[in-house]
Design a protein around this ligand. Structure first.
Ligand code: ADP
Ligand code: ADP
Length: 229
């Protein structure tokens, strides 16, 4: 479940400056499609249209054939999980941060998610970095550790659709590789839309879409795109 289709999608925040000028692609259920392109190309806008932060002005976005405009906000939110570029944590334990939005989750479920994301050693700690939290349980998490919290949250939520919005772009190369391995694990068997700024980070995607000037400039597997350039 969770097949996504963008069909002839047009969108502008400002009518005088179109951002998407007729973009069509599909993410088959369980597959991974990466969107790459220069900053400002409209990559994050695509994810906002899927999540219905904004509505398309022409064309359609569908999930399993149903227009997202006909899906309730509640079911959209439960169907889609998101790992952003920078995870902002609440000033409470890592366990609380993982559980956030899922009050019914048991301790065991939170711990299991933390284990898979390899952050379980921190579960009772406070994220630190907050003035009031210089106590003994407070610690300052690295960027990679914060992404592990976001990944644990997504594992707990277990949505059929996943958006990874430059989820490793704020990390150094070695941490990026570790987090990429964790992300590959969560995106397995989920319909995944990856937003990336470099081709080299999306080698494993089933399809890569290169967005330029509001249109798809190139598309194919990583091998296809490497052959062309
Ligand atoms: P990308 O993710 O490819 O960097 P975005 O989708 O974030 O690009 O943004 C595409 C363009 O739309 C950019 O020029 C950006 O400045 C503009 N933009 C993004 N969000 C808004 C907004 N809320 N209001 C007006 N313009 C926006
Ligand atoms: P929850 O189920 O707890 O709402 P989500 O994974 O749906 O968790 O979203 C986490 C946060 O990321 C929310 O605050 C949501 O508004 C934001 N978010 C989710 N999807 C997108 C998206 N496509 N673009 C921008 N922000 C998003």
């Amino acid at each position: 479940a969770g097949a996504i289709a963008f069909r002839d999608v047009h969108f502008a925040y400002d009518p005088a400056r179109p951002i998407l000028k007729g973009v069509s692609f599909e993410v088959p259920a369980g597959k991974t499609v990466a969107i790459v392109g220069p900053s400002g190309a409209g990559k994050s806008t695509l994810s906002r249209l899927l999540y219905r932060f904004y509505d398309v002005q022409q064309g359609s976005v569908t999930i399993d054939g149903q227009d997202v405009r006909e899906v309730t906000q509640k079911s959209l939110r439960s169907a889609i999980g998101m790992v952003p570029q920078d995870t902002v944590l609440f000033n409470d334990t890592i366990g609380y941060n993982i559980r956030y939005g899922r009050p019914a989750a048991t301790e065991e479920e939170v711990r299991a998610a933390a284990d898979i994301a390899q952050i379980s050693g921190f579960i009772d700690h406070l994220p630190g970095g907050f003035k009031a939290m210089v106590g003994e349980r407070g610690l300052k998490l690295s960027g990679g550790e914060k992404q592990r919290v976001a990944i644990a949250r997504t594992i707990l939520k277990s949505p059929p659709i996943l958006i990874l919005d430059e989820a490793t772009s704020a990390l150094d190369t070695r941490t990026e590789q570790e987090i990429q391995t964790a992300l590959d694990l969560v995106s397995k068997n989920r319909t995944t839309l990856v937003i990336a700024h470099r081709l080299s980070t999306v080698v494993g995607a089933d399809e890569i879409i290169v967005l330029k000037d509001g249109l798809i400039a190139e598309r194919g597997t990583h091998a296809d795109l490497m052959r062309q350039t």
